[in-house]
Write a protein that binds this ligand. Structure first.
Ligand SMILES: Nc1nc2c(ncn2[C@@H]2O[C@H](COP(=O)(O)OP(=O)(O)O)[C@@H](O)[C@H]2O)c(=O)[nH]1
Ligand SMILES: [Mg+2]
Length: 216
């Protein structure tokens, strides 16, 4: 849920990258981190659990431009699929404003994609979020693979109607486009659900605030 801090004039949104293990979630965040103007982003952190295993998640704060005098901030997380099914992991999804589901286009990952998608939907429900209502962008990653699955087949397997963004996270192809897309949907959703006059945002500001500052 978007957090509004009226005294600091800041609103922050939580976007979680979920998906097939090894599908490219961390690679997405690493590319975004490299590409963004350092003035507009924090450090990319991987949270480590007590056993010193990097099993938790990556976290990247990104500043966006102002919305009606309020700074907007995106907090990007990755959620390992296995852990989101466990109690500890489902909390990563709590309070999420938007989801990017990263599916792997490698044909050998077909079943894992389907399982991961089902797990993600279940974990959203466990976190009190509506899997059909929350802003969600589908990403079919690893389009550079020679034998990448046909997008139509992946749509069919995931039983999804919404169009997927085809990406190559290692080269960065369409990675920022994915972030722009989820950000726009999240901000529009926030705008339409805001009932308090102070939280209302003009449509044109929503469109401009979703622009991410890239480094030159
Ligand atoms: N060929 C190819 N490999 C990728 C792509 N994106 C990620 N990878 C590789 O897939 C592996 C797993 O990526 P990672 O981001 O750690 O996956 P995660 O488990 O979803 O965080 C790494 O070796 C990446 O370099 C891509 O678009 N194409
Ligand atoms: Mg990862």
């Amino acid at each position: 849920m978007a957090l509004c801090n009226h005294s600091a004039k800041e609103v922050s949104f939580k976007i979680v990258y979920c998906g097939t293990p090894g599908g490219g979630k961390t690679t997405n965040l690493e590319y975004i981190h490299r590409k963004l103007d350092p003035h507009f982003r924090g450090e990319l952190n991987t949270l480590i659990d007590a056993g010193n295993r990097a099993v938790c998640f990556d976290f990247l704060p990104v500043k966006s431009s102002d919305i009606n005098g309020y700074r907007s901030r995106l907090n990007l997380y990755t959620a390992p699929t296995l852990s989101i099914c466990e109690n500890s992991g489902s909390s990563i999804l709590e309070g999420a404003d938007g989801i990017v589901f990263v599916a792997d286009s490698d044909p050998v990952r077909l079943t894992e994609n389907v399982e991961a998608y089902q797990h993600t939907r279940q974990a959203l429900e466990m976190s009190g979020l509506d899997p059909d209502g929350i802003p969600l962008v589908l990403q079919f990653n690893k389009r550079d693979l020679r034998d990448a699955m046909a997008p139509e087949l992946m749509d069919e397997m995931l039983a999804e109607q919404r169009p997927a963004i085809l990406t190559c996270a290692t080269s960065g192809y369409q990675v920022i486009a994915t972030l722009d897309h989820i950000t726009q949907i999240v901000l529009k959703n926030f705008h339409s659900s805001a009932v308090n006059g102070r939280e209302r945002i003009e449509e044109e500001n929503v469109a401009s605030s979703s622009k991410i500052a890239l480094s030159r």
